[in-house]
Design a protein around this ligand. Structure first.
Ligand code: SF4
Length: 313
């Protein structure tokens, strides 16, 4: 498992401006200039896309219309989304389809492992839709996927998980696979939880899940992310930073919310890059080991860099 640097240096990742959404979630004329940069697909993009199609895998890069897809896929990096492409939560910010869920694909762990191996990934991020319809919320499938990827690649593993609310024993089952990074997004401030994440999601539960993950595996790094621009205030954000630090969270990501579809929540404000820098500096000073803060930062953006805390070389 991961060895730790004796005195980790928190890093603020400055806004990354040289990327573009291949199919912009908003008409580009309405985006501020710092979100309107252009980048041609790099050499690995088609290869990554072909491999994902060949192995019939889902990625959050595509399903969530991530603005960094061109960059990440060009660098042969993707975040795999398991447990289907249909979610049981009606979150107002997300473009992943909602409705009738699909049968679990029992060979999916091996297909994810094969993709990670062929992409040569050294750090693999595995996420999923929320599966409230499954007795364990999909924890066992997660565990099998982590095991398969680790066996095939030796890579460090980051799980970006749903909240498993009401699924007794699910977190314990997942943590048996000893992921290197346990990531669960806070997404927004508590006042906006119901609007942004739907009525089933509970802020206190998010904090508890992050703390419990560390309690179950003392070596795991915990990580969470927030979207800015949904109507939160500065004080509310700083309160969330303090809560996350109090619950032992190591890594924080801060990025601009972008409306992925017309029926998703509107953007209340485009936060300028300099404010992201300021929030990153404040969060770092509050005690996070590492903070990535910028308009296009997403929870899995440059995830390997953030996880490089002694183990990945
Ligand atoms: S930031 Fe994450 S979700 Fe977005 S394209 Fe990159 S790997 Fe995929």
């Amino acid at each position: 498992m991961s060895g730790e640097s004796p005195s980790p240096s928190p890093v603020v990742v400055l806004p990354i401006l040289s990327v573009v959404e291949p199919s912009p979630p908003m008409p580009s004329r309405r985006l501020p200039p710092w979100l309107r940069q252009n980048l041609a697909p790099g050499g690995g993009h088609a290869e990554t896309a072909d491999l994902i199609a060949e192995l019939k895998l889902e990625t959050v890069c595509s399903s969530a219309k991530c603005p960094n897809r061109l960059e990440c896929w060009s660098q042969r990096t993707a975040t795999f989304m398991i447990l289907g492409n249909v979610c049981t939560r009606p979150c107002g910010f997300c473009s992943v389809p909602k409705g009738k869920t699909e049968e679990l694909e029992l060979d999916e762990p091996e297909r994810v492992a094969e993709a990670a191996r062929r992409l040569g990934l050294k750090h693999v991020v595995i996420t999923s839709v929320t599966r409230d319809d499954l007795a364990d919320g999909g924890a066992e499938h997660f565990r099998q996927t982590v095991d398969a990827v680790r066996a095939a690649t030796g890579a460090t593993i980051e799980v970006l998980v749903p909240d498993f609310i009401g699924k007794e024993g699910a977190l314990e089952r997942l943590m048996e696979s000893k992921p290197d990074v346990f990531n669960h997004n806070t997404e927004t401030v508590p006042r906006l939880y119901r609007t942004v994440r739907g009525r089933k999601s509970v802020y206190a539960w998010t904090l508890r899940l992050l703390a419990d993950a560390k309690r179950l595996s003392s070596e795991v790094k915990t990580k969470s992310g927030l979207m800015l621009g949904l109507g939160e205030t500065r004080d509310e954000l700083l309160d969330v930073f303090a809560d996350l630090v109090d619950h032992g969270v190591d890594y924080l990501t801060l990025g601009q919310y972008l409306q992925p579809t017309l029926d998703a929540l509107p953007v209340e404000r485009y936060v300028p890059p300099e404010e992201f820098v300021e929030f990153g500096e404040i969060a770092t000073s509050m005690g996070f080991r590492k903070v990535a803060s910028g308009p296009l930062v997403r929870s899995s953006y440059h995830a390997r860099d953030m996880a490089e805390d002694g183990r990945v070389s």
